[in-house]
Design a protein around this ligand. Structure first.
Ligand SMILES: Nc1ncnc2c1ncn2[C@@H]1O[C@H](COP(=O)(O)OP(=O)(O)OP(=O)(O)O)[C@@H](O)[C@H]1O
Ligand SMILES: [Mg+2]
Length: 411
């Protein structure tokens, strides 16, 4: 974005600053949205389509040209804002040589426009106290909005109220990961939605384009979502995405800790730690690796310090490997592998994941029931994208009837 500063003579001969935006610096598809005033502006689509850059551009334009603003940069997890929205705004300000008109405070990630006092503040939904303490929000940009559940969103929506000098808007930027997501299934009035792909971004480099196009041969579902910008066709998806939270009670504070282990060699071996607290479950992805021999696995588990008293529910089809784990001092058990009942049980549990559980979070969006060519869906899931999820199912389902007390006498 190039912005020219023009000294304008007014009637009283006082100089005034006027900003002229170079339309070439904004991708064509977004240009009409500079003045789009709908309360909800959805920018969704494929990767690298310029959504985030445009959201940042619009915020800067509004900050410079309107008055009385306190914009909120929001994500599910507060600390992820520093490397995304905050970093992007700062680089855009410096790229456009607008540094003289803004000051950025690193400590609480706050940007102030020195010309008019407008502010851009930040908060994550994991920091509810901070969010509550921010008042007078005039517009919001939610990055990676699919991270939010609908209650999170409602909370933000409710905060955007009162009389403000300019229009109030929530910009939501996201990839269309799962057609069942509330962002796709809930339609609010006064919404404006634009879907884009990398082809809409004239600034994208050739190398990135090639990388995106290569997804066509690697993963058809990813290709649909991240290249074509289509809602992930997951009507036969097995689980709703687990709620992502950044902080959990912590190992010491759990009522109990159990493990699920899915063996693999050519496929991944997945070991997931699950903390139990007040009948809710907190996932911690420990191992997700292919070509792991049993001895290498045991060594890793020893390094992780897994206690010998904790149940490790393992893929029961590998009795030999379970035996080796037991010989190494782990409390390894053969899991109950009834797939249908297991899945139903997992579905009935309140499960939290965290941003660091990369594979768990990825698998849960892709794990789907089998479907035949006529669209008939079967009760049985496709045996793909399931290693971490199988480990979770083994642990939760096999452990389901045990309280910590009963666990002491269970064999
Ligand atoms: N207006 C612009 N001027 C200069 N470069 C741009 C512009 N818009 C986008 N780009 C370039 O394209 C890249 C991708 O844009 P951006 O990060 O906004 O995509 P996105 O749609 O948010 O992607 P994702 O879905 O992966 O989050 C940017 O890192 C930047 O290099
Ligand atoms: Mg983005």
């Amino acid at each position: 974005m190039k912005i020219q500063r023009i000294q304008q003579e007014t009637k009283n001969q006082k100089s005034k600053i006027k900003f002229v935006f170079d339309p070439w610096s904004i991708n064509d598809v977004y240009l009409p949205l500079v003045s789009e005033k709908s309360r909800y502006l959805h920018l969704y689509g494929g990767a690298g389509s310029g959504k985030s850059v445009f959201a940042a551009q619009k915020l800067i334009i509004r900050t410079l040209t309107e008055k009385g603003h306190r914009f909120l940069l929001l994500r599910k997890v507060a600390r992820t804002i520093r490397g995304s929205q905050f970093a992007l705004l700062k680089s855009l300000i410096s790229y456009t040589n607008m540094g003289v008109y803004f000051s950025a405070r690193e400590s609480d990630m706050r940007i102030t426009c020195t010309l008019n006092g407008n502010e851009i503040v930040t908060s994550g939904l994991d920091d509810r106290e901070k969010l509550k303490s921010i008042f007078g929000i005039t517009s919001v940009w939610i990055e990676e909005a699919t991270e939010l559940d609908i209650n999170d969103f409602t909370q933000v929506d409710l905060r955007l109220r009162g009389k403000t000098p300019n229009y109030k808007q929530i910009i939501l930027t996201y990839n269309p990961v799962n057609a069942l997501h509330w962002l796709n299934t809930t339609h609010k009035p006064d919404s404006y939605t634009v879907r884009t792909t990398y082809a809409d971004n004239k600034f994208i480099d050739e190398e990135y384009k090639k990388m995106l196009e290569s997804l066509k041969f690697q993963n058809a579902e990813y290709y649909d979502v991240y290249v074509l910008g289509k809602w992930g066709i997951q009507r036969n998806i097995v689980y709703q995405p687990f709620e992502i939270i950044d902080c959990c009670p912590g190992y010491e504070n759990f009522d109990d800790v159990i493990y699920g282990l899915d063996f693999g060699f050519n496929n991944q071996t997945a070991l997931i730690e699950i903390g139990l607290k007040d009948k809710e479950y907190y996932l911690n992805e420990l191992i997700y690796e292919s070509r792991l021999t049993n001895s290498a696995l045991i060594e890793k588990m020893q390094k992780l310090g897994i206690e010998s008293s904790k149940y490790i529910y393992c893929d029961s089809s590998e009795a030999g490997r379970i035996e080796e784990l037991r010989n190494a001092g782990f409390n390894a058990k053969a899991a109950k592998k009834n797939v249908k009942d297991g899945i139903d049980f997992v579905k009935s549990c309140k499960i939290y994941s965290k941003p660091g559980n990369k594979q768990v979070n990825k698998e849960v969006l892709m794990y789907a029931y089998k479907e035949d060519g006529n669209g008939k869906i079967f009760d049985e899931p496709v045996k793909e994208n399931d290693h971490a999820l199988d480990a979770i199912r083994y642990a939760l389902y096999t452990h389901r009837n045990k309280t910590p007390y009963i666990g002491l006498i269970w064999i």
